[in-house]
Design a protein around this ligand. Structure first.
Ligand code: UDX
Length: 437
């Protein structure tokens, strides 16, 4: 099948390479020349395990190409829209300018029978609007809404072996034909044994934001429990283990700590609230305001903990922050809790040095005022306190004794509850964590 993928960011680049891997002929389109050049060279423009290998292997087949010229999509029969929908500046709502530009760019090149497949996370109602616009220009093209659930760090695996496949189609023959074509695109092994949900546009769009809202709520729930644990001397990690044994609750996504960040969960719950307001249903999602607030409070608490271990003041203190990415196995620093905490501490007069195995370059661009080091050892040299902000494997495995020889004071705040308090305390560290005594 000949396919185009419009937008080659975290979602589109992985989607394009994965579709080529399945045997399709794929052209990826992006407005950023640099990104397109890297992808053409078989290089991933961001850190994503497995993506470079996929790009190189598919490049050799000749089935995968990249371009900045949208006209190159002509000839493809299925067009995936994978552009970003960031939060609008100063507002909660999603900014749809990239989606609209992608559709407008695509319209002149659509042919009868083509499929426009929306994968971007959008406010409910967008698919309907796009379908109307497409019908004005090419009435014989069909729009399908096919949300994407990939996690950064597992994007290749999640794309090639999804948990579920969701199609939102409009009633009638065209919608059913479109579902049939998408089935051919997502042929076995991708679809083998994968549950499929075929539904209407509105449901398909809501599935994505509902899933992300649930995940965000689960994280904020356990972080609210962490606040209670802090008030009572209880241990949130044990509490999570205990409630997680109940299958109905489940232990995954119950890791208390600095909370959620990234390019999806924070902006998606905010855009969902904004959209609910427009629909007159804001009360239904008012709990998400609390989910957001609990999440942001963890960052403040983290700075307070740093102050507590520094005997009341961080002014002039040397603070090593381990982690800049919003989560491990990613170089994405969008709405990163780690950098938000680092910036707050700097603002309050601390001498902060941030390090990360993959995200330093992106972090430097986003926060030019912060100081960075290439390694944890360098960041920790002479530090008054160490903050573990992103739980990269190499930080979880630090040896408290050897690492302790580098710092000025053996004090650590574990923002992700991943270190063994007994082991660190035995090596003479003052160990503090969010939600643990
Ligand atoms: C998320 C969804 O998981 C994915 O399905 C969707 O398609 C896009 O948004 P992603 O943003 O890649 O994916 O990251 P995810 O692994 O969900 O983590 C989000 C944030 O939550 C991270 O900052 C992570 O550190 C934090 N988190 C996660 C916790 O604080 N505790 C947890 O238990 C789990």
């Amino acid at each position: 099948m000949r396919i185009s993928v419009i937008g080659c960011g975290y979602l589109g680049a992985v989607h394009a390479a994965s579709m080529a891997h399945l045997g399709h002929e794929v052209v990826g389109v992006d407005v950023e020349e640099r990104k397109v050049e890297m992808l053409r060279d078989g290089k991933a423009p961001f850190y994503e395990p497995g993506l470079p290998e996929l790009l190189t292997s598919t490049r050799e087949t000749g089935r995968l190409s990249f371009t900045t010229d949208i006209a190159d999509v002509a000839g493809a029969r299925v067009h995936f829209v994978c552009v970003g929908t960031p939060q609008k500046r100063g507002e909660n709502a999603a900014d749809l300018r990239y989606v609209d530009a992608a559709i407008e760019g695509l319209l002149p090149h659509l042919a009868p029978g083509d499929l426009v497949v929306g994968k971007s996370t959008v406010p409910v109602g967008t698919a309907e609007r796009i379908a109307e616009r497409v019908a004005e220009v090419e009435p014989e093209a069909t729009v399908v809404w096919n949300p994407e659930f990939l996690r950064e760090g597992f994007a290749v695996k999640d794309t090639l072996h999804p948990d579920r496949i969701v199609y939102g189609i409009q009633e009638g023959e065209a919608g059913e034909r479109a579902a049939g074509i998408l089935d051919e695109v997502y042929a076995a092994p991708l679809s083998e044994g994968t549950p499929q949900v075929i539904t209407d546009f509105a449901t398909a769009q809501l599935v994505k934001v509902a899933a992300n809202s649930f995940l965000a709520t689960k994280i904020s729930f356990i972080n609210a429990m962490a606040e209670l644990c802090e008030a009572t001397g209880a241990d949130v990690t044990k509490l999570a283990d205990a409630i997680g044994h109940d299958d109905r609750i489940g232990r995954r996504f119950l890791n208390a700590g600095l909370g959620f960040g990234g390019g999806c969960l924070p902006k998606d719950i905010r855009a969902f609230m904004a959209r609910a307001g427009e629909l007159g249903a804001d009360q239904a999602l008012s709990f998400l305001r609390e989910v957001d607030a609990i999440n942001m409070r963890r960052r403040v608490r983290m700075v307070d903990l740093a102050r507590e271990v520094c005997e009341g003041s961080i002014v002039g203190r040397r603070i090593a922050v381990l982690g800049a990415a919003f989560k491990p196995d990613s170089d994405d620093v969008r709405d990163s809790p780690a950098l938000s905490v680092a910036a707050q501490m700097r603002l309050q007069g601390a001498r902060v040095v941030v390090t990360d195995p993959q995200a330093v370059a992106n972090a430097e661009k986003a926060w030019p005022d912060l100081d960075f080091a290439a390694t944890a050892e360098e960041a920790a040299a002479g530090a008054d306190v160490v903050i573990l902000a992103t739980e990269w494997a190499e930080y979880r495995e630090l040896d408290p004794e050897a690492f302790g020889r580098l710092v000025g004071h053996r004090r650590i705040v574990d923002g992700r509850n991943v270190l063994d308090p007994a082991q660190w305390r035995a090596a003479g560290w003052v160990y503090r964590a969010l939600g643990r005594p």
